[in-house]
Design a protein. Structure first.
Length: 237
């Protein structure tokens, strides 16, 4: 919905088929009559009410009802039934707009798809909080798998025995592990995802002093994902 030079334009789109309908160049007398006029209201006031009605969640309010009625030749009639509160006064009014189908070119389709993707990103941003877990260990099994400390939640699980970190929530994760090597050690660090190796690095040391070596990967979790980490003795070079 757009208001420009006191003229109102409305464009609707089917999010699945990308078909569009449009009605433009409407002046206030095209949609306001003696039956639905609000005293002292200006064009911008009406447009604000219309926009709020289109943006509102119908399930959460009784002040706005909207519907589309099919007309001939693929056109639709947009009906807005509004309850408007101004100070201590309340008005109930109905506004209608006949909107016609318009052709959509490839650029319009691309812009529409980009808007859809941006909407999905915004939903993710305001949705669930990011998952996070921090585990430590100083021991490993006979097969060199590190035994992380015990942890359990609805999103992660580490039983403290098999060295696996299980991820239970779908999403994209950053996995970062740091191994502090002792002096003179030359070790190979291997990160696995569901028993498949996804990254391997070799620790180093300088002037006989131990150092810290890290691995960092991005992991997409779809179903049950397990992430064991092993530290092996590597040949000296």
């Amino acid at each position: 919905m757009e208001l420009k030079s006191a003229k109102l334009s409305i464009r609707l789109e089917d999010r699945k088929t990308k078909k569009q309908w449009f009605k433009g160049g409407m002046v206030i007398t095209d949609y306001v009559s003696a039956a639905n006029a609000i005293p002292t209201a200006h064009v911008a006031d009406y447009v604000k009410c219309f926009q709020e009605a289109l943006d509102s969640d119908i399930a959460e309010t009784n002040d706005a009802k909207r519907s589309l009625v099919a007309l001939a030749l693929g056109s639709f009639r947009l009906e807005l039934d509004l309850t408007i509160h101004v100070f201590r006064s309340t008005w109930k009014a109905k506004y209608t707009f006949d909107i016609d189908p318009v052709s959509v070119n490839q650029i319009d389709l691309l812009e529409s798809n980009l808007r859809d993707q941006q909407d999905e990103i915004e939903k993710l941003k305001i949705g669930e909080n990011p998952s996070y877990i921090k585990l430590t260990t100083t021991t490993k099994q006979s097969n060199s798998i590190l035994c992380w400390n015990h942890a359990h939640s609805t999103e992660f699980e580490s039983n403290g025995l098999d060295g696996a970190i299980k991820i239970r929530r779908k999403g994209v994760y950053i996995i970062r592990a740091i191994v502090n090597a002792v002096s003179g050690a030359n070790l190979r660090i291997q990160l696995m995802k569901n028993k498949s190796f996804i990254q391997a690095v070799t620790t180093g040391y300088y002037s006989g002093l131990g150092g810290s070596t890290g691995v960092k990967v991005f992991v997409t979790k779809n179903l049950s994902t397990s992430l064991p980490l092993s530290v092996l003795n590597a040949p000296l070079h």
